[in-house]
Write a new protein. Structure first.
Length: 160
């Protein structure tokens, strides 16, 4: 990362439930609000199953860790069932590792994984005030469209 911290990137696996639960403890209420588009409590067993027991094709996730086993971020996409070439991306980086280039690294790798799986476009929503995600999209996306809908911004970007 920008500060020289070495990060391990690897696919999320079912055994990562505890890592994700502990990672959620390291998000401020503001970060949780931005990531989940509203107030969010801890992850329950159903959430953890959904986030870790994935097929790697239609639902893919990359975890970021620092040695030996601290989860510091995750990027994922979920393919739209009715549009196989389109997926919704999501990025989460714990507060103490934000603004160090990890989001950009995760998003770049997520786009490569999406291309490998036949996805041509990402579509999603974010809060209008989510400046870090807005900046990230402008950095990684070459062809991107935004549609403001009150407190939400919908985005669509081609994966080059």
């Amino acid at each position: 990362m920008k500060d020289g911290t070495e990060v391990i990137l690897r696919p999320v696996i079912p055994a990562d439930k505890l890592l994700l639960a502990h990672g959620m403890d390291n998000f401020s209420p503001a970060s949780r609000y931005q990531r989940f588009l509203g107030a969010r409590a801890d992850l329950n067993a159903t959430d953890l199953r959904y986030l870790t027991e994935i097929d790697g094709v239609d639902h893919f996730a990359i975890g970021a860790l620092v040695w030996p086993d601290e989860g510091i971020g995750v990027a994922r996409f979920v393919r739209f069932g009715d549009e196989p070439g389109v997926a919704e991306p999501a990025i989460a980086v714990v507060d103490s590792y934000q603004n160090k280039g990890l989001g950009r690294l995760l998003f770049s790798r997520l786009m490569a994984a999406a291309r490998e799986r036949g996805i041509q476009r990402f579509c999603g929503s974010m809060l209008a005030g989510n400046k870090p995600m807005n900046s990230l999209l402008h950095v990684v996306g070459k062809r991107i469209c935004f549609e403001h809908q009150g407190s939400l911004v919908k985005f669509e970007m081609e994966i080059d």
